[in-house]
Write a protein that binds this ligand. Structure first.
Ligand code: ADP
Ligand code: MG
Length: 253
């Protein structure tokens, strides 16, 4: 079985990239074959797994715009079982270039058909917008994982995201599912965090993962070392919870 999961929320800073890298590393650690797709021009997932963007020959831009075979854009990471199609700043032009392209929303889907069978999970780290790159991701995906930061206004903007999901389901990808809602950056010392959890659970019910990601300094340090939390500090709380999330994602199949 092979599954494509888009990690999406048009809000920035909610933990999409942290979740892509560390859920990917967690799934690989428990023996799954994982491909990360970095489709955010900022390329934080790419640098987060230790890839030097200057060394990238083919990135996701080339796959989307230049019809490069995705196999020729796949790079291995230090973690066994974890590969990536990187993003470079080149991708910043793609939103505009895709506007005039035929079947612009299905380009990623078409490309991934060539590699899907080689992986158990393909995780797509989406940019913080609902533009063509996110539409490509939702169209290519079997499901969408939505990280929500345990903060004020946590639910703000979510109706817009869910509207986009419904539009994609109607016009581009009828089988798109909600994979799960992940609460991130939880701080047990505040009542706010607990209130947000209750609110989100009321809204999404059983779609909310039991695993809640706490605030953990080690999680925010790992990217500057080009490492997932599981290699950077395997004994940290962050490593423990992302491994737990990986198991929960697998057990939901
Ligand atoms: P997004 O991709 O949604 O913009 P990021 O994953 O880049 O969000 O996270 C935003 C910032 O918060 C980053 O600096 C990241 O290192 C930090 N961060 C994310 N999750 C946690 C966490 N659980 N604990 C502490 N810092 C976190
Ligand atoms: Mg990001």
């Amino acid at each position: 079985m092979s599954k494509i999961i888009a990690i999406a929320n048009q809000k920035g800073g909610v933990g999409k990239t942290t979740t892509s890298v560390n859920l990917g590393a967690g799934l690989a650690t428990i023996g799954k074959k994982v491909l990360l797709i970095d489709i955010d021009p900022q390329g934080n997932t790419t640098s987060g797994v230790g890839i030097n963007k200057a060394d990238v020959a083919n990135c996701i831009y080339d796959v989307l715009i230049n019809d490069v075979n995705p196999k020729d854009a796949i790079t291995q990471t230090e973690i066994e079982g974890l590969d990536i199609i990187p993003a470079t700043i080149q991708l910043a032009g793609a939103e505009i270039e895709l506007v005039s392209t035929v079947s612009r929303e299905v380009r990623l889907k078409k490309s991934l058909e060539q590699v899907k069978r080689s992986y158990d999970y393909i995780l797509i780290d989406c940019p913080p917008s609902l533009g063509i790159l996110t539409l490509n991701s939702l169209t290519a995906a079997d499901s969408v994982l939505i990280p929500i930061q345990c903060e004020y206004y946590a639910l703000e903007g979510l109706s817009q995201l869910l509207n986009t999901v419904r539009l994609v389901q109607k016009h581009l990808n009828t089988s798109l599912q909600i994979e799960g809602v992940l609460l991130t950056m939880f701080d047990a010392r505040t009542n706010l965090g607990i209130q947000v959890i209750e609110e989100v659970k009321k809204y999404f019910q059983q779609k909310v993962y039991k695993t809640v990601i706490p605030r953990n300094v080690r999680l925010s340090e790992a990217p500057s070392h080009g490492q997932s939390i599981i290699t950077y500090d395997p004994r940290s709380k962050g490593a423990e919870v992302y491994l737990e999330l990986a198991k929960e994602v697998v057990s939901n199949e």
